[in-house]
Structures are given as structure tokens and as C-alpha cells.
Ligand binder design. Structure first.
Ligand SMILES: Cc1cc2nc3c(=O)[nH]c(=O)nc-3n(C[C@H](O)[C@H](O)[C@H](O)COP(=O)(O)OP(=O)(O)OC[C@H]3O[C@@H](n4cnc5c(N)ncnc54)[C@H](O)[C@@H]3O)c2cc1C
Length: 321
């Protein structure tokens, strides 16, 4: 292991840590150790770390804010790269290029400060641009793909820009969830707007989050995706006869609503609890293990399937399982 560590450090050109507990890096405050651990300060670090991990056949995993992941109690038997590359470049015609490691809220505040409209919806999402592009993060009527023009990626050993039309964006989905592309940066097309109005909208969204979400506890946000009601699955409605009309217009059945119907709010296993405030959040109320969370997830999925015949899908991603 020492030899492999030395090789990795030599190739990256910077120190790599070993056996680092990942719990303190995740918003869930859960997760065992990374065998190797490296914080990328810029895109060069990021690309080098990923390239040389591959070369040495060490499994590599990039994390941004680690705000959408559940990391196993056994940790990750490879190299975890925390991406903190943070350049934001304002270009002409209200375009902005942000490194994947840029904190989303920093980007929201920076573009608001420059009187640019388009990213207000993302206020309060704790991750980075890279994680948000991969999951096509969304909230309050917006989603990452809305203002995006292109994504700079590394695929294999090649680096290039993928146009939005080739990013396969869908509801909490993108091509990046299905391949191993490393997201390096993303370019957005924003519009000029009124700075005071943009900042008021951000304030409003942050207040709504505060009111609706259990932000006082560690979590990974919504655990499950909402259930899409499309023309192809109208029989879904027969499975949920008491569905409120507003969800028909929204064309989604909120996972939180399904979980509430089953009286699962407050259900606790070990240190993990289905939030009393927002049923789609599992919160870490006291030293929860990943195993506690997994058991709650299994319980919810089983009950929703048994009662409604609906298969809930995880929005959070599993690492090290
Ligand atoms: C309190 C709270 C509220 C939240 N609210 C929302 C919300 O309203 N809407 C929403 O959509 N989400 C929400 N989330 C979830 C989460 O914040 C977002 O999904 C966020 O975009 C994830 O970004 P991240 O940098 O933390 O990703 P991470 O958790 O670090 O990573 C997620 C996945 O992306 C991969 N990844 C990360 N960076 C890269 C990269 N550069 N290249 C390739 N792959 C990469 C990781 O390997 C992992 O598989 C919330 C979470 C919390 C804790």
C-alpha cells in the first residue's frame, strides 16, 4: 500500500492522505474511511488525480459537497477526491463559466451580485456545480439544465465540451449519471435583471427552505425522487385514488406525500429518523450509521410498494457499497 501511495503522490505531485474518515465531509455526517484522500484545489489537481488513479488501477470517486451521497460505514477502498476548484469567470453576453468544484450558493450569490438572472432557484442547495450538473439538481421551478449551455468533461483521457443537447438531461438525470465522465466545468447563459429583485427572490427561497426542511439536522436532502406521472403511466393514478389534484397539475407524486400517507414520519432506526418536518428527508439525529439509513430506506420502499405498488427510486447516490 505504501508503494502505491508513493506512486500516486509522485504522479499527482502533491501529498495524498490515507484512511481519512469521510463522515466530516458529508452533509449527512455519515461515512467510513477513504483508503486514499485528496483535496483538488483546482482543475489541474482534479484531472491529474483522476488520471493517475486510473493509471494505477485505483478506483476513483470525485465528491463536491458530498450533499447527495450515502457513504458506507466501511468507507471507500480507493481514492476520494474532494473537488474544491473554485474559478468563476464572467464572459460577454451574460455567460458564466464555473468550475465543477464551485459551491452552488457561491455561484448564486456571485451572479446575483452581478445582476444576472437564472440561478436563484438554486439558493440553499448545499452542493457544488459538478454534483448539481450530474444530478440535474432542481428546486422552486428551476433545474440545472435550464440555463446551461455546455459542460467541459474528461472522458477516458480526452477533455472536451459537451453541448447541452448531448448531456441527456431529464428529471434528476443526465448522461453523466450513466457514464464515468468527470465534470470539469459548466457554462451558463444568464440574463440581465434587477439586482434587488434577484436578491429578494433568493431571500424568499431561503426562508421557504428554512420553514419546510429540517435544516437543523445533518441530512442528504430528499432521499427519493418524486414519481413522474406521464401519459405512459396513467394507471399510476388508479394506484393512488386519493391523490390531491395539485399533484396532477405538477405531474409528479411527491415521495414525501406517499411517505406521509403511511404514517412513517418520525420512524427511527438507530440514529436515523424520517424527518417529522419533511417526510422525504432522513435525518441523522444521533450518530447514525449508513446501515441505519439503509434500513429506513428499505422500510419506506417496502411499505410504499406494498401499499401503492409504486417503486420509489433513490435520489441520493450510494458510495462504497
Ligand atoms: C439540506 C439539503 C437540501 C437539498 N436540496 C436540494 C434541492 O432542492 N434540489 C436538489 O436537486 N438537490 C438538493 N439537495 C441534494 C444535493 O445538495 C444536490 O443534489 C447537489 O447538487 C449535489 O452536489 P454535490 O456537489 O454535493 O454532489 P456530491 O454529493 O458530492 O456527489 C453526488 C454525485 O455526483 C458525483 N460528482 C460530484 N462531482 C462530480 C464531478 N465533478 N464530476 C462527475 N461526477 C461528480 C459524485 O461522485 C456522486 O456520485 C439537498 C441536499 C441537502 C443536504
Amino acid at each position: 500500500m505504501i508503494k502505491q501511495l508513493e506512486q500516486l503522490e509522485m504522479l499527482i505531485g502533491k501529498p495524498v492522505q490515507i484512511d481519512v474518515s469521510l463522515a466530516k465531509y458529508t452533509t449527512f455526517k455519515i461515512g467510513g474511511p477513504a483508503k486514499y484522500f485528496f483535496i483538488a484545489q483546482d482543475n489541474e489537481d482534479l484531472v491529474r488525480a483522476m488520471t493517475f488513479a486510473k493509471k494505477l488501477k485505483i478506483p476513483g470517486c470525485v465528491l463536491g459537497g458530498a450533499s447527495n451521497v450515502l457513504i458506507s460505514d466501511q468507507g471507500f477502498a480507493g481514492l476520494i477526491i474532494i473537488n474544491q476548484a473554485k474559478d468563476i469567470v464572467l464572459k460577454k453576453d451574460n455567460r458564466v463559466v464555473a468550475d465543477a468544484g464551485v459551491n452552488l450558493m457561491t455561484l448564486v450569490n456571485k451572479t446575483a451580485e452581478d445582476g444576472l438572472i437564472g440561478l436563484e432557484w438554486a439558493a440553499g442547495i448545499p452542493g457544488t456545480v459538478g454534483g448539481a450538473v450530474r444530478g440535474n439538481a432542481g428546486a422552486y421551478g428551476g433545474q440545472m439544465s435550464d440555463n446551461l449551455i455546455g459542460v467541459e468533461v474528461m472522458r477516458g483521457s480526452k477533455q472536451f465540451i459537451l453541448d447541452k443537447k448531448n448531456c441527456g438531461f431529464g428529471y434528476r438525470d443526465s448522461v453523466f449519471k450513466h457514464n464515468n465522465d468527470l465534470i470539469i466545468s459548466a457554462e451558463f447563459q444568464l440574463q440581465k435583471g434587477d439586482k434587488a429583485q434577484i436578491q429578494a427572490r433568493i431571500k424568499e427561497i431561503l426562508a421557504q427552505r428554512q420553514a419546510k426542511q429540517p435544516l437543523e439536522y445533518p441530512s442528504a436532502g430528499s432521499v427519493f425522487t418524486n414519481v413522474l406521472i406521464g401519459s405512459h403511466n396513467q394507471d399510476l393514478l388508479k394506484k393512488v385514488p386519493n391523490l390531491p389534484k395539485e399533484y396532477l397539475e405538477y405531474e409528479k407524486i411527491p415521495a414525501a406525500w406517499l411517505i406521509e400517507q403511511l404514517d412513517l414520519k418520525g420512524k427511527t432506526i438507530g440514529g436515523a429518523q424520517i424527518s417529522n418536518k419533511h417526510a422525504n428527508f432522513i435525518v441523522n439525529i444521533k450518530d447514525a450509521s449508513a446501515n441505519d439509513v439503509i434500513q429506513l430506506i428499505s422500510l419506506v420502499k417496502m411499505k410504499v410498494r406494498d401499499t401503492y405498488g409504486i417503486e420509489l427510486m433513490e435520489e441520493i447516490e450510494y458510495i462504497g457499497f
